[in-house]
Design a protein around this ligand. Structure first.
Ligand code: HEM
Length: 384
């Protein structure tokens, strides 16, 4: 299940958990303790522009990367702290508990449709549809807009990938322009009529940001939530099918179902890497990462580190995966939507397993794509 990436990283983790990769000109950190230490270091900043200047010097000529540089997830310092504090109240465990009945109500008929068709393409027909419904509810996006938004989100998120071709850049740039225009229009509509119950209408009502800033926040939230959650749900389904004993376990135990997001993402991460740049030297694991150095933090390797997890290559819903860091960690850039993502994935599997007594993979087996964001290229199922 996409193990080849993890086994390559494992070699690095065993031999040099903090390693300077000369051809790429960056440090790569693969040990669990080392990744946590770097993520917690004050000097490890997002420093998006500085990192991109090193990685892809013409990034300022691309709408896709210019727009990504404006996302609050790519800010540092006080401005970032302030916006996290403000938005955190909508995504903390209490807020997500309050959303739970709505999340639960959005899923059953998507699963029922899938079952009544005898199955089909799980990614498109279940994972995308369920995630679209949840993000629609959260951000007030009309569900019908998703037909055009899904390819655009994919284009926007491809700005996170490495080594894009000219054609891929042009798709990413066009998508980024279209997505920004979409949110500018939506924010204008909400400003004219600010009575929606969604989060973006709430931000408009509170007048904390100007229209452009609100559009960028909305774009950041949609971009960061949609493909990650849909892809994680798809990978989770595949992981369960590849481990039938764990599928059986999930059927019989509520606790095992609740463990699906964390154990799946520990072993099969959707976001295998996050990146930082040291603004001062960082001492970690007996190595000093010098100031100004780009650092790749391999969450994918940290979460299978045998120094931290017993028998880490075993996919086991009964393990206490607590401590895994698939959403990164620390108080600054850790995923703001992780509680919502966990809830969405668990609720989806509650429904899938309750409604479908039989779930089978239709060959050929899917392949993983992407490095910035891992996805399965397809997942066709037969259900009954
Ligand atoms: C399973 C699904 C998800 C995965 C695997 C995931 C993963 C991540 C990771 C690894 C980061 C940290 C990036 C870093 O440290 O550089 C992150 C940040 C972020 N995520 Fe998620 N995410 C998921 C779902 C969501 C959802 C549902 C939302 C919103 C509703 C969301 C919004 C964000 C935002 C806004 C950030 C930037 C936070 C900041 O830097 O302040 N994510 N996500």
């Amino acid at each position: 299940v996409g193990d080849e990436l993890c086994s390559q990283l494992a070699v690095l983790r065993e031999q040099a958990p903090i390693y300077f990769f000369t051809p790429g000109g960056f440090w790569i950190v693969t040990g669990y303790d080392e990744c946590r230490a770097v993520l917690s270091a004050d000097a490890a900043e997002i420093a998006y522009s500085k990192r991109m200047d090193r990685r892809s010097p013409d990034w300022r000529n691309h709408t896709a990367t210019v727009h990504l540089s404006q996302w609050f997830g790519h800010w540092d310092g006080e401005a970032h702290r302030a916006i996290r504090k403000l938005l955190g109240q909508y995504f903390n465990p209490r807020a997500v508990d309050k959303l739970a009945p709505d999340v639960e109500s959005l899923i059953p008929d998507v699963v029922a449709d899938f079952k009544s068709s005898g199955g089909g393409h799980f990614r498109e027909e279940v994972a995308f549809r369920v995630t679209a419904r949840i993000t629609s509810f959260l951000l007030g996006v009309p569900e019908g807009d998703y037909d055009r938004l899904i390819p655009q989100i994919h284009g926007v998120m491809s700005g996170f990938e490495f080594g894009l071709t000219d054609e891929q850049w042009s798709f990413a740039d066009d998508s980024a322009s279209a997505m920004r225009d979409y949110w500018r229009t939506e924010v204008r509509k909400r400003t004219a009529n600010p009575c929606g119950t969604d989060l973006i209408s709430e931000l408009v009502r509170r007048q904390l940001f100007d229209q452009e800033q609100t559009a960028i926040i909305a774009e950041n939230l949609l971009g960061a939530s949609f493909e990650t959650t849909a892809s994680s749900s798809t990978i989770a389904m595949y992981a369960l099918l590849r481990h039938p004993n764990q599928l059986a376990r999930a059927r019989e135990s509520e606790a095992a179902r609740a463990a699906i997001p964390d154990e799946v993402l520990r072993m099969y991460p959707t976001a295998p890497f996050v990146e930082r740049l040291g603004t001062a030297p960082i001492d970690v694991g007996g190595v000093t990462i010098p100031a100004g150095a780009p650092i790749v933090i391999a969450l994918a390797a940290a979460n299978r580190d045998p120094r931290h997890f017993d028998d880490p290559e075993r996919f086991d819903l009964d393990r206490a995966a607590a401590g895994a860091i698939p959403f990164a960690q620390g108080s600054r850039h850790v995923c703001i939507g992780m509680h919502l993502a966990r809830r969405a994935i668990t609720t989806l599997f509650e429904q899938m397993l309750a409604q479908c007594e039989r779930i089978e993979l239709v060959e050929p087996a899917p392949h993983f794509t992407g490095l910035g964001l891992r996805m399965l290229d397809r997942l066709e199922l037969r259900v009954g």
